[in-house]
Write a new protein. Structure first.
Ligand SMILES: O=C(O)c1cc(=O)[nH]c(=O)n1[C@@H]1O[C@H](COP(=O)(O)O)[C@@H](O)[C@H]1O
Length: 280
């Protein structure tokens, strides 16, 4: 099954547009594990156990593992998610972007070594830096389009004088991703929840692509506005353009006590319900 179908199936099964981001920071672990990088797997596995019936995806961020020489724990976690939550697709957040030959290696890392269902990519180097990922049948490639950080303005909001209509860079990318770049039908786009106006613009230009939307929770993005701007349904209610709304820190560090997993579940449930209320 391809990434988009996995996503839609998990969304229907768990009645959820929520993705829990796995960004483990040992300094923020519950007091009995605080500062202990050897507990990264244990911490993430407890979060997975506590939220796996509430989410449509998990998104481990590779830097939080690599910074602690914990790639082996990431591999273990990927295998654990596959075993205990096989119905939930996993997005490896790696934001890769390099020439084709190197991209081939990054694709192998994401899809073979880590067995991810999709990977986040920076499209700054152009289509030949994305194409190697599209050769992997059914795997998702999620392109940064209008990111959640203020510095996204530096490039993404600039207008392209040489393209008809002088679109902003993120608008041009959204249009390419919906059409000529989407050779395997598995492209998706990242748009920050901190910019609902731009989510609406991306949705207009890319009506059917899944949108990965980080920025609710710790970054203060507006969950209701995000859903209204990003989700598209047909008249019969079928989802035609879906959203995957990520929250990491607000879920992971809801409590620093021994009840951290229960607290994470409470926040995940509340966030899922808030997204669903806006979707109805
Ligand atoms: O690609 C991403 O996931 C991403 C894109 C973006 O524009 N903004 C953004 O915050 N992210 C990631 O989404 C997560 C947000 O985490 P919280 O702010 O803790 O919910 C982090 O893993 C970021 O690296």
């Amino acid at each position: 099954m391809n990434f988009t179908d996995q996503l839609l199936r998990a969304q229907a099964r768990h009645d959820s547009f929520l993705c829990v981001g796995l960004d483990p920071e040992p300094a923020k672990f519950p007091s009995h594990w605080a500062g202990d990088a050897s507990k990264i797997f244990d911490f993430c596995a407890r979060i997975v156990d506590a939220t796996k019936d509430l989410v449509c995806a998990f998104k481990p961020q590779i830097a939080y593992f690599a910074a602690h020489r914990a790639e082996a724990q990431l591999e273990e976690l990927m295998a654990y998610m596959r075993r205990t939550a096989p119905q939930v697709p996993v997005i490896l957040d790696a934001k890769r972007g390099d020439i084709g030959a190197t991209a081939e290696q990054y694709a192998k890392e994401a899809f073979e070594r880590y067995q991810a269902d999709a990977v986040t990519l920076s499209p700054f180097m152009g289509f030949d830096s994305i194409e190697p990922y599209l050769r992997w049948p059914g795997k998702g490639a999620i392109l940064l389009c209008r990111t959640s950080n203020p510095g996204g303005d530096d490039w993404q909001m600039q207008r392209l004088a040489d393209v008809p209509g002088q679109p902003r860079l993120f608008e041009h990318l959204a249009a390419l991703a919906q059409t000529t770049w989407n050779t395997n039908g598995q492209l998706a786009l990242v748009v920050g929840a901190t910019y609902p106006g731009e989510i609406a613009k991306v949705r207009e230009l890319a009506p059917t692509l899944p949108l990965l939307i980080p920025g609710v929770g710790a970054q203060g993005g507006d969950a209701e506005a995000t859903v209204r701007a990003g989700l598209r349904r047909a008249a019969d209610g079928t989802v035609t353009g879906t959203i995957v709304v990520n929250s990491s820190r607000a879920v992971l560090y809801a409590s620093q006590g021994t009840d951290f997993a229960e607290a994470a579940r409470r926040v995940a449930l509340a966030t899922r319900d808030q997204l669903n209320a806006a979707a109805r």
